[in-house]
Write a protein that binds this ligand. Structure first.
Ligand SMILES: Cc1cc(-c2ccco2)c2oc(N)nc2c1
Length: 162
């Protein structure tokens, strides 16, 4: 049972090449989640919408500009003995401009849907990525042990609207 007293608002954007059934993931080069592949994203700045924040982070971290984005999910991540939860708003984009390039934060790489490196990603990803590929909107709550690696409990619900 998590007893958070505050939440940090974060974004995560997944770039999909639907024709080739590939997803663009970034290898995180520093900071929180370093050494793991993930979508692109980060904090929402004051004065920007969550979607604008997601678009900005994608551009900063991959040099791609999302033309359209679809809201696909919302995950709450909580940790044992930590009063701050992470409220992560998740988007996909299939229409984007530019080519992905390595940046200070991320080293981008395309993966076939069948070859996603889940063993080098956050352990929750393998649970909710199928919702993304099926375009099923979802809300999730993943409660982590203090090691930030082990999921103690989880809830994942398909929803009609986010
Ligand atoms: C605990 C946790 C955090 C994040 C995160 C940090 C910043 C944006 O997302 C995750 O991202 C994914 N895919 N699983 C995650 C688990």
């Amino acid at each position: 049972m998590s007893s958070i007293t505050s939440k940090k608002l974060l974004t995560l954007i997944l770039v999909l090449n639907e024709n080739e059934q590939k997803i663009l993931l970034g290898m995180k080069k520093r900071g929180f989640g370093v050494g793991l592949y993930n979508g692109f994203g980060g904090k929402v700045e004051p004065g920007e919408t969550i979607e604008e924040g997601a678009r900005r982070e994608l551009l900063e971290e991959s040099e791609l500009e999302a033309v359209e984005m679809e809201k696909i999910g919302n995950n709450l991540f909580t940790f044992e003995n930590d009063p701050v939860g992470l409220d992560v708003h998740i988007y996909t984009t299939t229409r984007y401009l530019g080519e992905p390039h390595e940046t200070e934060e991320m080293n981008p790489q395309w993966f076939s849907y069948a070859d996603i490196p889940f063993h080098q990603m956050w352990p929750d990803d393998r649970l909710w990525f199928p919702y993304v590929f099926n375009k099923t909107k979802f809300t999730g709550h993943f409660h982590f042990a203090q090691d930030q690696k082990t999921i103690i409990s989880q809830e994942l619900i398909a929803v009609q609207h986010l």
